[in-house]
Design a protein around this ligand. Structure first.
Ligand code: NAP
Length: 247
């Protein structure tokens, strides 16, 4: 896809990977809308790029997702790209009763990482169909291919998002809506809390690489170990899972 000339909504665009993607679209000459829960993050972003539009929303909340869509339809009806990027990651152990019984925590993670991208995609398809060069970009994870046992619910949501993306691409093939998946490996952001991803690859290197490949027309794009896992055999995935979860 051409990174220029679009009007793009990026969920979770106020920080991390979403913000890095927002900057690539802005610098290429697209209009960008970002959304997230923390108003101060949205304001900081807007100070840097006054042309940016922002919308506070909690995507774990079904009514907020519908309200976001209605707002876009009336305020930014030319929107042609939806980037489902927002996500949370909780580290928990299911043999720990207190953590295992925290259903509202599990529900929040599933709602943010899986309900929201599925719901937003289905809400936006009719609007996107009316546009030139429409696209949906889902941000999944290398953990879709080899779960991290320390984040069992998170890993499951990402495997499900990968699966949904394959079906969505197949079903929308004749509508003109491109369905793209970005599959990050561990990237140095504040995902899960500050300091938990400092071992990850540098944010700008990762984002430059994946967005160049998206611009070149690739539909499924990983980086480093997530690119390896995306292309791995079952045997290689099992070996990677064992190594990753050894300790
Ligand atoms: N960093 C990695 O190692 C890594 C690896 C694989 C995949 N990913 C995926 O990449 C995506 C971006 O993560 P990141 O690494 O950039 O972490 P991040 O900096 O924590 O970004 C997550 C973004 O999602 C937003 N968000 C979370 N819950 C939300 C909600 N209920 N409603 C609206 N917005 C919400 C956050 O904004 P507010 O807090 O202001 O709402 C934040 O801007 C996620 O889907 C993540 O799973 C990251």
């Amino acid at each position: 896809m051409n990174l220029a000339g679009n009007t793009v909504l990026i969920t979770g665009g106020g920080s991390g990977i979403g913000w890095a993607i927002a900057e690539r679209f802005l610098k290429a000459g697209s209009n960008v809308v970002i959304c997230g829960r923390r108003v101060e993050k949205l304001q900081e972003a807007q100070q840097q790029y006054p042309q940016l539009r922002t919308r506070a929303c909690d995507l774990a909340d079904e009514a907020d997702r519908v309200a976001l869509f209605e707002w876009v339809k009336s305020e930014v009806p030319q929107l042609n790209v939806l980037v489902n990027n927002a996500g949370i990651q909780r580290r928990l152990h299911l043999a720990n009763d207190e953590q295992a019984q925290d259903w509202s925590g599990h529900r929040q993670e599933i709602a943010t990482n899986l309900d929201a991208p599925i719901h937003l995609a289905t809400l936006f398809i009719p609007l996107l169909r009316e546009q030139q060069h429409p696209a949906i970009i889902n941000v999944s994870s290398g953990l879709a291919f080899t779960p991290a046992a320390f984040a069992p619910v998170y890993s499951a949501t990402k495997a499900a998002l990968h699966s949904f993306t394959l079906s969505l691409r197949h079903q929308l093939a004749l509508t003109g809506i491109q369905v793209i998946e970005i599959i990050p490996p561990a990237v140095n952001t504040d995902l899960g809390g500050a300091g938990l991803h400092t071992q990850g690859v540098p944010l700008n290197e990762f984002t430059d690489s994946v967005m160049q490949r998206v611009a070149a027309g690739e539909l499924e794009v990983g980086y480093g170990t997530s690119e390896e896992r995306r292309n791995a055999s079952r045997q290689e995935l099992d070996a990677f899972f064992k190594k990753m979860n050894a300790s």
